[in-house]
Write a protein that binds this ligand. Structure first.
Ligand SMILES: Cc1cc2nc3c(=O)[nH]c(=O)nc-3n(C[C@H](O)[C@H](O)[C@H](O)COP(=O)(O)O)c2cc1C
Length: 350
């Protein structure tokens, strides 16, 4: 199936596996790329040496194009961009809107720029700055998320910008892909669905918790870092919501120190990142500190397998997913379903 997305990035299928911290590593990304979809490596949880290593690992496993997701507000975003350019990465994906200068630097080097956005005005802004496409995530999507559902946000963004729009938030099958195309999208991006594959390195106990979840077990909370964050509701989430401010802060400082060691960031650099995060936003310092705490809470589950100590970011779709296909099986299945749905529509019409 050829769309503006497949033409732009050179993949066979209009499907994207999104950059998920601790989840979208070299194994998942290369399996996705070999399945003919666009895999995106999550880099915010890696230091720059590990990023270069991870990119090389993906390249050793696949010759297909892939992307890297990074935080545009990270103090070392420029270094990360240079590594991506040197290593010939095809796509740069951003969790927050990148600056016009960063977009220009990437485009000049031939890298396709696809920021993720959660509101129409952000899509308009990055399109005006030269982004090649946008991933638009509706409120049902996993991780940090907005309030507007994909079914409302997607047509709003499609109507507002002239660049290809990739739909995210709530997609898991071929019907969803056809629906997204009907709204005018150039493809779908899926997070939770790719986390729940046999190629994902997430520990089995954690995958089991997602598979057992119903749609009602997926919640949005601000208790982790002050921003709306969609995840599985667990006892830890309940405890965070009910623990006092002082205790939460103390725990956050402890985890921020752990993240500093793991990410290779220095305290001054973390403070600069914090200042960048605060800029123009109504965030208190305690919220900024809590944000540094999020990667550690994600790591506890996604890497260490601690469903009791970690947060499990998740889209509402976890409630309708009940299997763990390989990426190749998943992509083939979504494409087959989409083609069948399209044929049924064509036949009904003739
Ligand atoms: C476990 C998990 C971790 C995530 N981490 C990131 C991240 O580091 N950067 C980012 O831009 N988005 C992140 N997201 C959001 C996803 O990239 C994607 O936009 C979202 O999962 C789409 O919704 P879906 O889960 O309904 O498919 C994360 C999502 C999940 C489920």
């Amino acid at each position: 199936m050829e769309t503006a997305l497949t033409r732009l990035v050179g993949v066979r299928h209009p499907i994207v596996q999104t950059g998920m911290g601790w989840v979208a590593g070299p194994r998942l990304v290369s399996a996705t790329a070999n399945a003919g979809a666009l895999g995106i490596l999550a880099s915010a949880t890696m230091d720059t040496d590990r990023l270069r290593e991870a990119i090389r690992e993906v390249k050793s496993r696949t010759g297909a194009p892939f992307g890297v997701n990074l935080r545009a507000d990270a103090a070392d975003a420029g270094d990360r961009v240079r590594i991506m350019i040197e290593e010939g990465v095809r796509v740069a994906s951003f969790a927050l809107a990148p600056s016009a200068e960063l977009i220009a630097e990437l485009k000049e080097a031939g890298v396709v720029v696809i920021p993720s956005i959660g509101a129409r005005r952000h899509a308009e802004k990055v399109a005006a700055w030269g982004a090649d496409a946008v991933i638009v995530q509706g409120g049902e999507g996993g991780g940090h998320t907005g309030e507007v559902a994909t079914t409302v946000l997607l047509p709003q963004v499609v109507d507002a910008v002239d660049i290809p729009v990739v739909a995210a938030g709530g997609f898991f099958d071929g019907r969803g892909l056809v629906a997204a195309l009907a709204y005018g999208a150039a493809g779908v991006a899926m997070g939770t669905r790719f986390l729940l594959t046999s190629d994902s390195t997430v520990p089995d106990a954690v995958k089991a918790a997602y598979l057992a979840a119903t749609v009602k077990d997926v919640t949005v909370t601000r208790a982790v870092d002050g921003l709306p964050h969609r995840m599985l509701r667990t006892e830890l989430v309940d405890a965070l919501e009910h623990s006092g401010r002082a205790r939460t802060l103390l725990q956050a400082i402890h985890r921020a120190a752990g993240f500093r060691r793991l990410s290779g960031l220095t305290w001054p650099r973390m403070i600069r990142d914090g200042l960048a995060m605060k800029h123009g936003k109504e965030l208190t310092w305690s919220q900024v500190l809590l944000a540094a705490n999020t990667p550690m809470l994600l790591k506890a589950s996604m890497v260490d397998g601690r469903t009791d100590l970690g947060v499990m970011a998740s889209g509402q779709v976890a409630g309708v997913i009940d299997d763990l296909p390989s990426c190749a099986e998943l992509v083939a299945r979504v494409m087959k379903e989409a083609e069948e749905v399209l044929w049924t529509l064509v036949r009904a019409d003739s």
